[in-house]
Design a protein around this ligand. Structure first.
Ligand code: IMP
Length: 221
């Protein structure tokens, strides 16, 4: 969960990456004007997820594992990651016997993290005791959410905890929390799509996109 050799195994998106023009891809018409660019196309997310599945399989293969999906934003990444691990289990000598559970956390209002982190549902995680646990999260920003969740999970004494995060933001105030498996390291932009939301909007967008200022205003609460 902390800085280690895996750091060199991540796709780093540089600060000057402008993203792709929206005209180059399909996206739902109801979001026209609300997005700046396509930052990571859906196909690239899929290809990277396939590789993460292989890394996870290499490390955890042949051990019973409880996948703990962090809702809501993590549902799409978790579903796609689990699908790819299942495909590897079907097509190689190794298998990864998995069960999948869900935990819901909420800390964001508009594009700002709040101190107020809520764990909603599955407060009792005693089924994790003595198990290998893979936490699957869509995005790590300041790392506060992950740090709090890790403390909560550790209290139930699992045998081992690994974290897979699709995105990690380069932010100056990161709490030092770094997932074991990272899809992409990105600059400090507020991104939406692929189940990442802005006040519950944009989960129905399959690319990861940067939200526009007018989009932020339109869906502000
Ligand atoms: P952290 O506690 O600052 O690391 O924030 C992590 C949580 O904030 C994630 O689980 C997301 O729900 C949310 N979040 C942070 N950055 C973004 C973003 O760019 N888009 C959508 N949600 C975000």
């Amino acid at each position: 969960m902390y800085f280690d050799l895996n750091y060199y195994m991540i796709c780093k998106i540089n600060d000057d990456w402008p993203g792709y023009s929206l005209d180059l891809f399909n996206y739902p018409k109801h979001y026209s004007g609300d997005l700046e660019c396509v930052y990571i196309p859906h196909g690239v997310i899929m290809d990277r997820t396939e590789r993460l599945a292989r890394n996870i399989m290499d490390d955890l293969g042949d051990h019973d594992t409880v996948v703990l999906c962090v809702l809501k934003a993590g549902y799409q990444f978790c579903a796609d990651l689990v699908e790819r691990i299942k495909a590897l289990s079907r097509n190689s000598d190794h298998t990864l016997p998995m069960s999948v559970n869900f935990i819901r956390l909420k800390s964001y209002v508009n594009d700002q993290s709040t101190e107020d982190l809520h764990i909603i549902g599955a407060e009792d995680l005693s089924f994790l005791t003595g198990k290998n646990v893979l936490i699957v999260e869509a995005i790590v920003d300041t790392g506060k959410t992950m740090t709090t969740l890790l403390k909560h999970v550790e209290a139930f004494r699992p045998k081992m905890i690994k974290v897979a995060g699709l995105l990690v933001k380069r932010v100056p105030n990161n709490s030092g929390c770094f997932p074991d498996y990272v899809g992409f390291e990105i600059p400090n932009h507020f991104v939406v799509g692929y189940a990442l939301d802005y006040n519950e909007y944009f989960r129905d967008l399959n690319h990861i996109c940067v939200i526009s200022e007018s989009g932020k205003l339109k869906y502000k609460v």
